[in-house]
Design a protein. Structure first.
Length: 82
């Protein structure tokens, strides 16, 4: 019986150790993540706005380009199949 109670203590101790390790690991990960984010050179609001305009311009241009090709190819397929 003494052996059984010892193994139960070891099991309980192992579970607590594993839980503590994962908590320490998560805390370490969080500290490292925050440290890396502090090293980032963030864009100024002016830079962010300029980049947003570039993205929107490319989006509109590609949409028009793909829409035109879709229209042309659908007309071409309509002519071929009719």
């Amino acid at each position: 019986m003494a052996g059984k109670s010892t193994s139960n203590k070891k099991d309980t101790k192992g579970k607590n150790t594993k839980s503590r390790r994962s908590q320490k690991g998560i805390a370490k990960w969080w500290r490292e993540t925050v440290g890396e984010l502090r090293k980032v050179t963030w864009p100024t609001p002016k830079d962010a706005w300029q980049l947003t305009k570039v993205v929107l311009l490319v989006l509109v241009a590609m949409s028009a380009f793909l829409g035109a090709f879709d229209f042309l190819f659908s007309r071409l397929m309509g002519l071929i199949l009719s």
